[in-house]
Design a protein around this ligand. Structure first.
Ligand code: NAD
Length: 476
């Protein structure tokens, strides 16, 4: 039984649940505690009690703790990558890559802990000096989704601790294994009891209790738009600081002058790798008429060659869908696409393998129109919709015609169009001749419109959410 970590102690939950491998549903990874609302409250109380001490810690103490966590993640990347892939279903290289990223994030913020700076300004009034400094927010509640079970917790927990906040961390129900392993590493990093707490449990219980708890001064949430809306409302009601990263319906524009192989590689990687379960996945491929037929043919060929299988098998390109519920959602959208008149070029079949798992072949719909539901709603699976565009201007218009705004890509060799697209794509991140999914760990991450709310995550921009600014006026 894997327990919760509250106030420096490993505690049983109110109940427990089995963690099932989506590549093989007979493989139980372990039984994990589920906290209830009362235990979530205990975690908040512990974090509140620890807050003054951790806020007073020196930059060296914070840097040492974060560096230790990062070092251990990197040293154990293969073992933890295997756990990640076994639990979430992305392939082993993807799992190891994600743990590596998490380790690098902790190391980056170990450095940031040492680089906290302020400003000193002359006042407009004589004899007065002004200091602008940053202070911790207090207790930060971290609510994470299942699709990046190491990287997303890392990019929230590391800056929270680096800037002197204490943490209550609630992972998604589907991926307690990575959360527990990360918490176990953090528990040995030299933090005071209560500075970091793990409360595994259901969103409706632990998550909701965190939203309603006035001791939690800031909430950093990544997940679906529907839940994000609830988080924003709860935060607004009690005026808590909030940061939301939510869904996407990310376009990738392919112009006539694109290098076809580059475009197909970018599209296949972004749409289907990690089983399409990335908020930055390219789910809309917007293709100019002159290259359209060749692009569809080559996409079909390339996609048909992908090997769908057990996440831990050597040679697997695409692992299973992460859960039975997600598979049902993908199949529902495949049916909707057919009913809407989109042409299914390949894939979309729930297939069997040697072990019982949630295997789905990557699906391409061609001849789509941007007003179809499969082009407007996030499916969060290996399903790509190809939309024809008359020219660049039309492609840009289609790319921006969405309620989301996380990532937006273009494949082209025209400097003119690339420069124009960079400026006019309505997204937080623009990718040129690279996949929309797959980002660096030391630069800002986030979107606009319906994809994100509040300050950016990652890089030096993380300070915006995890600190509060103080302006001091000193007469001297
Ligand atoms: P989800 O919204 O179902 O769950 C996210 C988290 O919220 C989970 O920990 C869940 O337990 C919790 N939760 C659920 N109900 C709650 C409530 N009432 N109160 C508080 N917490 C609650 O999302 P998911 O299915 O885990 O993740 C997939 C979604 O995440 C997709 O929409 C994807 O695009 C998005 N995502 C976004 C980014 C990004 O950075 N923009 C990154 C990864 C995933």
């Amino acid at each position: 039984m894997y327990k919760n970590y509250i106030d420096g102690q490993w505690l049983d939950g109110a109940s427990a649940h089995a963690n099932v491998n989506p590549s093989d549903t007979t493989d139980i990874i372990g039984h994990y505690a589920l906290a209830d609302a009362a235990q979530a409250g205990q975690a908040s109380a512990a974090a509140q009690a620890a807050a003054p001490r951790w806020a007073a810690s020196t930059p060296q103490q914070r840097a040492d703790a974060l560096d230790k966590i990062g070092t251990e993640l990197l040293a154990r990347r293969e073992e933890l990558g295997l756990l990640l892939s076994r639990e979430e279903g992305k392939t082993l290289p993807e799992g190891i890559g994600e743990v590596t990223r998490a380790g690098n994030i902790f190391k980056f913020f170990a450095g940031e802990a040492l680089r906290q700076r302020g400003d000193k300004l002359a006042s407009v009034r004589p004899g007065v000096e002004i200091e602008v400094t940053r202070e911790p927010v207090g207790v930060v509640g971290i609510i994470a989704p299942w699709n990046f079970p190491m990287a997303i917790p890392a990019w929230k927990i590391a800056p929270a601790l680096a800037y002197g906040n204490t943490v209550v961390f609630k992972p998604a129900e589907l991926v307690p294994g990575c959360a527990w392993a990360l918490a176990e590493i953090i528990s040995r990093a030299g933090l005071p009891a209560g500075a970091f707490n793990l409360a595994m449990g259901r969103g409706s219980q632990v998550g909701q209790a965190m939203l309603d708890d006035r001791r939690i001064a800031g909430i950093s949430f990544t997940g679906s738009v529907a839940t994000g809306g609830r988080v924003a409302q709860a935060a607004a009601q009690r005026l808590a600081k909030v940061q939301l990263e939510m869904g996407g319906k990310n376009p990738m524009v392919v112009l006539n002058d694109a290098d076809l192989e580059v475009a197909v590689e970018c599209a296949v990687q972004s749409a289907f790798f990690s089983t399409g379960q990335r908020c930055t996945a390219s789910s809309r491929l917007i293709v100019e008429e002159g290259i359209y037929a060749r692009f569809v043919d080559r996409m079909q060929e390339r996609t048909a060659a992908l090997r769908i299988g057990h996440a831990l098998d050597t040679g697997t390109d695409i692992g299973p869908v992460a859960s039975g519920d997600q598979l049902e959602q993908d199949l529902r959208y495949l049916a909707i696409g057919r009913e809407e008149g989109a042409r299914l070029v390949c894939g979309g079949e729930h297939v069997t393998r040697a072990t019982p798992g949630f295997y789905l072949t990557p699906a391409i719909f061609a001849d789509c129109s941007n007003d179809m539901r499969i082009c407007r709603e996030e499916i969060f699976g290996p399903v790509a919709a190809i939309i024809p565009a008359r020219n660049y201007e039309h492609a840009l218009e289609l790319a921006n015609d969405t309620e989301f705004g996380l990532a937006s890509g273009i494949c082209s060799t025209s400097l003119k169009h690339i420069q124009h697209f960079k400026r006019h794509a309505q997204a937080g991140m623009v990718m040129v001749n690279v996949p929309t999914a797959g980002v660096d760990y030391h630069v800002p991450f986030g979107g606009r419109k319906g994809s994100s709310l509040g300050p950016r995550e990652q890089g030096t921009f993380a300070a915006e959410f995890y600190t509060t600014v103080k302006t001091a006026y000193v007469a001297g």
